[in-house]
Design a protein around this ligand. Structure first.
Ligand code: ADP
Length: 540
């Protein structure tokens, strides 16, 4: 055990020095601040290569060896084992942005890291960190007001939602699944507009379910206007497509009753056996008759069926689905307006749920994996996006991308203003903030210029990742923006020969862009205000 030194102070009182304090690491003042800034910049350096339509993907290997490939900012940042608390702020920033806006999670982190980086020369000039933080806040609000003036509106209505396809496509075009951007954009738009409350311009996200099954192609992904359950029709010869379905939702099994006490039946003759079999059949027949009599043309049961019961249902042209889980049973009851029926004697026509169409879909070639779609349910607008893909990895990435596109469409339904991407809005803002800096007499002019330069990190990243000469490309576009007075010019990542992002259809939501700017600035402000870093237990 380490020896604890005991000392006597000038009044004669003994005191001890705890060993742990020797291990405490403390950096303060400008050193602490610079330390934090370098930590944040390191995070930015890692994710910047995955930004934009030509960004690289990252292979993430979990502790148990699972590999996933992604270019989603939040996923990359969350999977990074970041020990530094300040760098973790950038991760949390990306998560917060994802929860709030949905898309733009890489962009927000890149912007925050660039802002941190541009603090360094300001600190070297001797400008106080608080002054920088306040200056950045002012610049951010100037940018937010400015981009409102250069924002466009996309006009759409409940009857014509096609204009929403462009921003949804634009969002997906920078993801791994961009090969399917048209199809995925359509699915995202249809999903959101199906569940949207057009009067209140509100979209309830929990009405959009995303289900997936590995196998098949991404192109096989479809939008189901209703529910999807992971069970097929119980007999191969039953009808697989039921129009105008009347559904009996049962929580009682199609099985002969079993006494709850111990019992013994002695079957010692053929007659006795036949009688028992006959009685069992009779029992099943009664169950099927009760279902038939209610007018049901589909049975959904939480429990299993005896083979005999299944056969009788098939013979009576009554398709059925068995072993449907409890939560699904409740969901089906809510969506179809049916009641959950606990006993066969309780089945009445009023308790049946209804749906426009129930159909079975087969997955894979073997035909033994089936699912059932319940479409056109009267009591819910819920939809299901059924994702297919070669493996779990691509499905997970497709899920993240669809989620982003769904968020973009939802945001546009709430606020239909857009700005142009490809770095156009950032370059225009940078020019504007530099112009403002020229009119400022105080130290703020340096801070504004630094902010303007940091905003250029977005187009710089896009250009670098597209293999372009970033600096000359940025200068060229800036000159063009000023001379042509066109703030929509950005980086032509796809080499279409056109840098007008309006013409290229590269849209971002105004809400998302404003959130990126203010959230990134807030985090940098927080970092700038930390001037003491005390680490316990580190080496001295
Ligand atoms: P985030 O996670 O922040 O959304 P992405 O990797 O999806 O990051 O990249 C989004 C960036 O790519 C945005 O700045 C967007 O404007 C830009 N972008 C998307 N498609 C294009 C395109 N076709 N041409 C130029 N820029 C594009």
């Amino acid at each position: 055990m380490a020896k604890v030194p005991m000392l006597i102070d000038e009044t004669g009182q003994p005191y001890i020095i705890l060993q742990d304090q020797q291990n405490e690491q403390r950096i303060s003042g400008i050193d602490a601040l610079k330390n934090n800034i370098y930590a944040a910049m390191a995070v930015g350096g890692t994710i910047r290569t995955s930004y934009g339509p030509k960004g690289m993907d990252k292979a993430l290997v979990s502790r148990d060896g699972d590999v996933s490939v992604t270019n989603d900012g939040r996923t990359i940042l969350e999977s990074m084992d970041i020990a530094n608390q300040i760098a973790r702020l950038i991760v949390e920033l990306s998560i917060a942005h994802d929860d709030e806006v949905g898309d733009g999670t890489t962009g927000v982190a890149i912007l925050a890291c660039a802002l941190c980086e541009h603090c360094l020369p300001l600190l070297s000039k001797g400008i106080h960190p608080i002054r920088i933080a306040e200056g950045f806040e002012k610049a951010a609000s100037a940018v937010c007001s400015y981009i409102e003036t250069i924002a466009d509106k996309i006009e759409f209505s409940q009857g014509d939602v096609s204009p929403l396809l462009v921003p949804a496509r634009s969002c997906i075009s920078s993801k791994i699944i961009n090969r399917q951007s048209d199809q995925m954009a359509k699915i995202a738009v249809d999903a959101v507009t199906s569940v949207c409350d057009w009067e209140r311009r509100d979209v309830q996200f929990d009405h959009i379910k995303i289900e997936s099954k590995a196998g098949g192609r991404l192109e096989d992904t479809e939008l189901i206007q209703g529910l999807l359950i992971d069970k097929g029709i119980s007999h191969i010869q039953m009808s697989k497509k039921i129009e105008k379905a009347k559904i009996a939702i049962l929580t009682c099994p199609f099985e002969a009753p079993k006494p709850k006490t111990k019992y013994e039946i002695n079957i010692d003759t053929t007659e006795k056996y036949e009688k028992l079999a006959q009685e069992e059949k009779e029992y099943y027949r009664r169950m099927v008759d009760l279902c038939k009599a209610s007018g049901a043309n589909l049975i959904i049961c939480q429990w299993g069926f005896d083979d005999e019961a299944n056969y009788l249902l098939m013979k009576n042209e009554l398709p059925a689905i068995r072993w449907v889980g409890g939560p699904d049973i409740e969901l089906i009851a809510m969506a179809t307006g049916g009641k959950i029926i606990p006993r066969f004697e309780d089945i009445t026509p009023e308790k049946l749920g209804t749906a426009e169409l129930v159909r079975e879909i087969t997955i894979g070639n073997s035909g033994d994996q089936c699912m059932t779609c319940i479409e056109g349910c009267p009591y819910t607008k819920a939809v299901t996006i059924f994702l297919r893909g070669g493996n779990k990895m691509i499905i997970e990435e497709a899920k993240r991308s669809i989620h982003d596109a769904v968020c973009v469409v939802r945001n546009l339904i709430k606020d239909n203003r857009i700005v142009y991407g490809g770095g156009a809005v950032e370059l225009a803002s940078s020019i504007h903030i530099n112009e403002l800096a020229d009119t400022i007499a105080t130290q703020d002019q340096y801070i504004f210029r630094a902010y303007a330069e940091a905003m250029e990190a977005i187009p710089v990243c896009l250009a670098e990742n597209s293999g372009l000469d970033a600096m000359s490309e940025i200068e060229k576009i800036k000159v063009q923006q000023v001379t042509t007075k066109n703030p929509f010019l950005g980086i032509d990542c796809m080499e279409l020969g056109e840098s007008d992002m309006k013409k290229n259809g590269v849209y971002e939501t105004l809400v998302g862009k404003k959130a990126q700017i203010s959230l990134a600035t807030q985090v940098v402000r927080m970092i700038l205000k930390i001037d003491d870093l005390i680490k316990e237990g580190g080496e001295q």
